[in-house]
Design a protein around this ligand. Structure first.
Ligand SMILES: Cc1cc2nc3c(=O)[nH]c(=O)nc-3n(C[C@H](O)[C@H](O)[C@H](O)COP(=O)(O)OP(=O)(O)OC[C@H]3O[C@@H](n4cnc5c(N)ncnc54)[C@H](O)[C@@H]3O)c2cc1C
Length: 547
């Protein structure tokens, strides 16, 4: 199906905020229709059982991001921050429900700060999570770990948040908008456009059901576990080890752990599996049972009865919920089931297309690695795109770096979680497994905390104590002092002084801030494989180690 029509029509800038792109997107020609943004009415079409109303606007941007979850918002923001034109297409209208509420320090203090969402997150006043409390393995007593035990997470980076995803994802999406990403909600991406072995855009149905096509140098598939595009990059392999399913709902009035651990995630193993108990606010608690696949029959009929029976089987959770009531209305009123959620794609990219977050892989809810892997992979996908769009490395080198690092982080969590599901061990054995997997030089406990806090990557300054704007704050204070000084020289142009200083200080401030977040001591950043690339000083793209 192609559109035809008069070339050279002026752009409809109200409908197309980026206007027309007279330059074909990188690596492929957009064709007449793609360059002019005109409309053509073609009628109704049935493709693979789906009805398309074939009014189509062809246009071209640098990057199309599919999905507005944490992976999509992160990737879109980091590419837009480099001045590229990014269109994000999201199927739902936000706020929308999503599971995945317990975050890690690396997401909160690393990536959310890099994309500039940290202050909005602080204002949202989410529950502060200092670590986790586990009734797990051979030890019948609950044990607690705090992120603060690891030097990597010392100081203010020693915490994360428990979030209502409806609010968290909305903040990240609004932040993407404010950084220049064009966000379109209620746009259902149905397929990629491919030419000569390269993905050159996507086809989607917009809010009114009209089929549209947009072309781009890169498509980021961040559409989560239900991705329709992933098969264009490779094959999804479901885990033979992690075959669990989850049944979950929400309660008000649940008890809290004693201070200072009242914001911790509580994970409690019992005969049929394990429970998560996540305090989302003073009143609201997310409660979920993770069960072996054989439990499917048991939970498929009356879900409420099944959840209440399982809670009765687990004394620790039953005690926490003794005075609680199940939420029965609104987005938290439903008891939900998720299954088949542990999988790994055999390829994470192909020319023109890159997979981030759950579109590529997910392991298991224990230790809350989902949003960490989603935002971390999105950051590296953005780096690869930024690198190629700057013309600084060839596509294969940039995206192989992304894939190698993403697989490494996935494997670290995967292999540790396999060891962690061995219920015959005690916590010391789990800590030892973490040390073995991370090759950490600290103690077993420190290695464990670093791994499960998402701080195992080699970008050492990411979570260094006191990184937050340290250099930037000092520079800003210096600027304020200078500007406040009385004019000394006759004719001195205070505004000009202010403007040029402000520009350079802000530039330096941003550099310091980003460098602090992504690799303050760049010397420490080594390639993870022979011939590999390393993050640039500002963390926004890849560079050769010798450059
Ligand atoms: C039972 C369970 C418990 C979990 N608990 C945790 C936890 O405590 N902590 C944690 O970190 N992780 C947890 N996770 C994992 C977490 O839910 C995911 O890893 C995380 O949401 C992935 O983010 P994402 O951005 O890749 O995808 P998503 O958050 O799924 O976002 C994808 C977005 O794409 C949109 N989309 C889908 N299809 C299309 C389309 N065709 N066109 C346009 N848009 C589309 C969706 O509407 C959605 O907004 C859990 C997972 C499960 C199954």
């Amino acid at each position: 199906m192609t559109t035809a029509g008069p070339c050279g029509r002026p752009p409809d800038r109200a409908a197309e905020p980026f206007g027309i792109d007279e330059t074909p997107a990188l690596g492929h020609g957009g064709g007449c229709a793609a360059r002019t943004g005109h409309l053509t009415m073609l009628g109704v079409l049935l493709v693979k059982g789906e009805i398309y109303v074939t009014t189509r606007t062809d246009r071209s941007v640098d990057v199309v991001v599919v999905g507005g979850g944490p992976a999509g918002s992160t990737a879109a923001t980091l590419v837009a921050m480099q001045g590229h034109r990014v269109l994000l297409l999201e199927k739902e209208r936000f706020p929308r429900y999503q599971i995945g509420e317990s975050l890690l320090p690396s997401t909160v203090h690393g990536i959310c700060r890099l994309i500039g969402a940290d202050e909005a997150l602080e204002r949202a006043a989410f529950t502060i999570k200092r670590g986790g409390t586990f009734r797990w393995g051979a030890n019948p007593q609950p044990w607690t770990f705090s992120f603060g035990i690891s030097p990597r997470f010392a100081g203010e980076a020693a915490t994360a948040y428990q979030v209502e995803r409806m609010k968290f994802d909305q903040i990240l999406l609004d932040n993407a908008r404010s950084r220049g990403v064009e966000v379109r909600e209620e746009c259902d991406v149905r397929d990629v456009v491919a030419e000569h072995g390269r993905v050159v855009g996507v086809r989607y149905a917009d809010a009114s059901g009209h089929e549209r096509e947009v072309r781009a140098a890169y498509v980021v598939d961040a559409s989560g576990h239900a991705s329709r595009l992933r098969a264009h990059a490779g094959t999804r392999h479901y885990s033979k080890f992690f075959r669990n399913l989850a049944l979950f709902g929400y309660f008000t009035g649940g008890k809290r752990l004693p201070p200072p651990n009242e914001g911790n995630i509580l994970a409690a193993a019992f005969d049929s599996g394990w429970f998560w108990y996540i305090p989302l606010g003073p009143e609201l608690t997310s409660v979920g049972a993770v069960l072996l696949p054989e439990a499917l029959d048991r939970i498929q009929g009356d879900r409420e009865r099944a959840l209440l029976d399982l809670i009765e089987e687990c004394p620790l959770i039953a005690e926490q919920l003794a005075d609680a009531e199940r939420v029965r209305t609104g987005p938290y009123g439903e008891i939900r089931i998720r299954k088949d959620y542990s999988y790994l794609q055999d390829r994470f990219w192909r020319p023109g297309l890159v997979l981030a977050g759950d579109a590529a892989c997910f392991i298991d809810p224990v230790f809350s690695s989902g949003v960490h892997l989603a935002t971390y992979s999105a950051m590296m996908a953005a780096r690869s795109i930024n690198t190629v769009l700057r013309g600084e490395a060839d596509e294969a080198a940039a995206f192989e770096e992304f894939e190698a690092r993403y697989r490494r982080e996935y494997s670290r969590f995967h292999d540790f979680l396999v060891a962690f599901y061995d219920m015959h061990q005690d916590e010391n054995s789990y800590f030892w497994s973490a040390k073995k997997l991370t090759s950490n030089t600290g103690t077993e406990l420190e290695s464990f905390v670093e791994l499960v806090g998402g701080g195992g990557w080699q970008e050492d300054a990411l979570l260094a104590p006191g990184v937050k704007g340290g250099g930037r704050d000092a520079a800003m204070r210096q600027l304020a002092d200078i500007v406040d000084q009385p004019v000394r020289a006759a004719g001195e142009d205070r505004n000009l002084l202010q403007a040029s200083l402000a520009r350079s200080v802000v530039r330096e401030g941003s550099r310091l801030q980003v460098q602090a977040v992504m690799g303050g001591n760049v010397d420490e950043v080594r390639p993870i494989r022979e011939g590999g690339l390393i993050p640039s000083a500002d963390g926004m793209h890849w560079v050769r180690p010798d450059s």
